[in-house]
Ligand binder design. Sequence first.
Ligand code: ADP
Length: 629
Amino acid sequence: MLQRANAVPSPVRNRFRQSIGFTLSVAFVALALSPVAIVALAGLHQLDQQAHSQMTSQLTAIADIKIDQIQDWLDDSAAMLNVLLANPSQYADARNTLIGDQQSQLSASFALTQTLNAQLRAQSPFDEFFLYSTDGQIRVSTTARQVGKVVVDEPYYLPSLSSEYIQPPFYEVGAGQLSMVASRPVFNTDGKVIGILAGRLSLGQLSDNMLRNNGLGETGETYLVSLESNYLVTASRFEGYPLRQAYHSEGIDNALKGSSGTGIYPGYRGHSVIGIFRWVPELQAGFLAEMDEAEALATVNQVRNLSTVIAVIAGALAIALGLGTALWLTRPIVALTHTATTIAAGDFSQRAAVTRGNEIGQLAATFNRMTERLVQTIAELNQRIEEIRQAKEAARAKDVFLATMSHELRTPLNAIIGFLGIMGMAGKLDSDSLHMVQRARANAERLLKLINDILEISRIEAGRLELIKEDVNVRDLVEALSSQTEVLAEQKGVHFAVHIDEDVPTTIRADQDAMTKIVTNLLGNAFKFTDKGSVSLQLSRTDTSLQIQVKDTGIGIPLHMQEIIFESFRQVDDSLARAHGGTGLGLSIVRQLCMAMDGSVRVSSAPGQGSTFTVTLPLQKSEVLETVS
Ligand code: ADP
């Protein structure tokens, strides 16, 4: 057998080949598990994606709102400074504070401080208002201790001198934290800048705003990180993360590089976060909205765990169901196979159990019927064999009986014929008595012939015929037979002719006695059934055989009898045959003898047309050669 490459280990392959149960179980389990696995994997993946995109869009929405709020907050602050300076009396106070005489400076600064304090208390995005001269000295501040301080080193100082300005968060050494300052120049009546009104924006407010939880769960937060040293502009939602410290993450760094986007990355706290990052140019800061991935995916994880449990249970059920079905399907087949094997081994008492009404049950039932028939057939065959054996035995017994009986009959019969002959020859009998003695002798001779025929046929049928092959001189044999026959021809007044073809071999290897019996029987019949015309005996040859033909012009034989007459005791017409005498054994003996010599006999005849019997006997090689030479 061809062996394929050992892709599958051979014991497994063998199990597949030999056991339907195994193959079915594997197929069922695979079939049952694959949908569960596909649904579980595809579903979970889908859920994962959905959770991510849902969280991203939620964060994006929040980011949009928060950035709008930042913008509003900045707009509010600018508006408030504008409003402050739009009031003429307040503007006058500012001018007087900066360039008035000593008396008016004092009262103006007092009044301005009052106004600014009032403004600060009324919902303001500022922590402090302050007014400083062009040389940078603070003249008025809502925070009293600031008065007199000089701001020339502060980053906003120079830009604030020339126009409206907003200083993005910067690290203010004095405050020890990030500050943000918005400012408006104050002009004298000639349009020359004489000082600056500034407000320190409340980053605390911004922080509060950022910290305000907008459905961001336990870990979601929005915050701002300044380009200034990567400090936090707004506080972290979590403890232990001070403002003054450099913060980095993929989101923070990208935002501070000026780009916007989303991503999943380790946040500044080291947890993996889903984040939205934006660059906010007005604040020179990065805006971030983030949530821990773990929290964002918590529901997914719950679903995943639940799905896994369900999948495992479904899988186990599927396997149990698959194996159960396979077993259910194969058990009767396996049982049937077992029964078949047992029966094949010769135990015909076995029957398959019929436990189902389905096709498998029908198969088992049919199998049982088949076995039943088989058993019956075997029994019948055995009976036939026994009958044949008995018949053979009976036939043999009959043959033995006949052979013995014939012998026992022949001996006394020969004696009777002998005595009757002597009585006939002695000349002591009157003509009536002589006639009776002669008839008695003729009948005794007929009886002897019958007995001889029976003896012959039973010898042949008992298989005790022994042919003796010898060189038979064909012409001598024919000569002897025809001289006997001529007497018969004369008695009946029928013409008798003999012809032997020249190429007929002089001698042939054959049993002389058998040949004599064949020809005598055929000639005897020919004369028996021919009252006028002729009888002829012809010998000819083919390449391989000798042909002996006995032709007559007698009563003929109807077609339907032409085969039957060769059987023992069969005659065409019982009454006719009785008139002619005869036993119905002659042709049977002829055919048996021909066959014993590997030859054959056939007849062609028609009623009233005469008959031709042809005997064909094979020639031996030497006899064939004889003619060739
Ligand atoms: P039987 O002793 O009766 O002649 P056979 O076996 O020799 O027995 O012949 C069987 C029968 O075949 C005969 O009874 C006869 O009816 C028929 N038969 C045989 N030879 C001839 C023949 N030459 N012409 C007509 N009928 C024949």
